[in-house]
Design a protein around this ligand. Structure first.
Ligand SMILES: [Zn+2]
Length: 146
């Protein structure tokens, strides 16, 4: 699953639809402030993994990553066919911290905040739409196929 930033694949839409998440003062744990949600999608042709990697980046920061979170919006059963590991597919649905990506010291708090955010179907709809856009961008139109 080679991941590419959405802002590289569809820069205009990524810029226009960049999501900002605010960590309020009442939220103990994660540093208060606004965070960009930077989306990464798999750019493998023909792969239908239906997941996103979201990085929390402080709006007033210098590019450091506060948390890297995997999110699969389909039901666990969907991922069973993608995973060779007999147990891993259960974790592919829903949100988890990505063990091989950058994490800040408060990443578990951001995971909790993210889990709360994706209860909003509108946000999940944005991920789905962006995912489809990425796949359409990668897939050459019929007349351009060899
Ligand atoms: Zn994929």
């Amino acid at each position: 699953m080679p991941l590419q930033p959405f802002d590289q694949i569809c820069p205009e839409i990524a810029c226009k639809e960049l999501r900002v998440c605010t960590v309020p003062a009442t939220e103990t744990g994660a540093p208060v402030g606004d965070y960009f949600l930077r989306e990464f999608y798999c750019n493998e042709l023909g792969c239908d993994c239906r997941r996103v990697l979201v990085q929390f980046m402080p709006v007033r920061g210098d590019g450091e990553v506060a948390a890297s979170i995997n999110f699969g919006w389909e039901k666990p059963k969907f991922y069973r066919k993608w995973s060779r590991d007999p147990d891993l597919w259960r974790e592919m649905a829903g949100a988890t911290l990505e063990p091989f990506a950058e994490q800040g010291s408060h990443s578990p708090h951001f995971l909790a905040i993210f889990e709360h955010c994706v209860k909003d179907p509108a946000l999940v709809a944005v991920f789905r739409r962006h995912y489809l856009l990425v796949k359409q961008t990668l897939e050459p139109p019929p007349w351009a196929r060899p």
